[in-house]
Design a protein around this ligand. Sequence first.
Ligand code: NDP
Length: 446
Amino acid sequence: MSLKNKYLADVYETVKRRDGNEPEFLQAVIEVLESLEPVVEADPTIEQLGIIERLVEPERFVQFRVAWVDDSGKTQVNRGFRVQFNSAIGPYKGGLRFHPSVYSGIVKFLGFEQIFKNSLTSLPIGGGKGGSDFDPKGKSDNEVMKFCQAFMTELSRHIGQFTDTPAGDIGVGGREIGYLYGQYKRVVNQFAAGVLTGKGLTFGGSLARTEATGFGCCYFTRELLKDNGDSFEGKTVCITGSGNVAIYAAVKATQLGAKVITLSDSAGYVYDPDGIDTDLVKDIKEVRRARIKEYVDSKPNAEYHEGKPWRNVKADIFMPCATQNDIDLDDAKAIVASGAIACIECANMPCTTDAVEYFRAQDIYFAPSKAVNAGGVAVSALEMSQNSERLSWTFEEVDAKLEQIMTNIYANCAAAAKKYGGDLVSGANIAGFLKVCEAMKAQGIV
Ligand code: NDP
């Protein structure tokens, strides 16, 4: 990728100089800046007001020590992070990721993407993200609780329902949010439910939040297919991951008439020619917290393979739902060569820059994560609305709002793509940017 506009090229050089040790962040920034070239060319006030150099610099970045004691009595020390990237359109909002790979570059790439994603939802939420290099895998419930309490004791100084409102992400599900919320409530002595989303239903959580990201990915895909005279009906779908996003993308794709043939984890993937049994997967992953490999023990026709499915599985639609940079250029070539009609980014930034460039140049539908997976944060914002109202909406009400939001996101991305002569990748970046840009202009140089 290269930037032709001098202003954008200069801004990017500065980011590279300052943050050259954070490749994931640079990857997210260059993609957005490239998309914004026609917008910046058309509006000289963006440069005059320094909008882009302010956009790429977080308003605040916090790193802190998290010390806790494991079940054997040993003291463990992890790193905690929170980036408060942009609050132009609302309080910072974005998930917490607990995974050994978490460092400043991961947190900043996710926080930067979140600015545009949250703007696309049309709801009043700014961009933030956080997490820790703590690995919940293999830890007892007691250890997870101890860690969450230590993490929140420090994080609580920096967040609040009108300031910054975290949620879940990789490694942070309902159990972790429960422990984090319990500690927040204890520290601040307030039942300020809106400070965290993804809460349990007994203490302010929203129905359909668990399903929201995966369902939203499928609503977006349905709109994309519909716009091109097609549908999920009768399609085979290759999904990776077997966490929150993957499971509910599989559930909704199946409801919409597709056959999901794979799910995976970081060790390998299961292939089920009869279609993935999502109830069985929920039991393995959500109840037993076991590995996806166990799926084949109950399904004689299913196979388990180590590694990734991209070069081995033939499907109509590929939906990577695991982690960043999971599909590289050779994987993308194999997917296109296999005759697939679509690659839908459901995880955050699951394709490398080369892979994205390749997909965009081919005859395949390609949809970017910041639009596709925005349903999760959208329902998180709806959870905050319910907390403010002190009311709970029904599953059907929340799901209907999610469906409408995803339909609008697709339409707005497609419209921006058409107006500026691009595709869904640039359309999502531009549509997300314009609202933030207007708000930043109105609020002066801050
Ligand atoms: P979960 O922790 O529930 O599941 C993550 C899944 O991805 C697991 O199956 C995990 O396997 C796999 N995975 C994680 N890291 C790797 C890796 N390095 N290599 C291969 N597989 C890996 O996370 P979510 O489902 O919540 O999140 C998945 C993606 O969706 C992430 O990119 C996240 O940022 C994004 N997202 C999530 C939202 C949400 O609401 N949860 C909202 C928007 C985006 P294993 O168990 O072996 O690690």
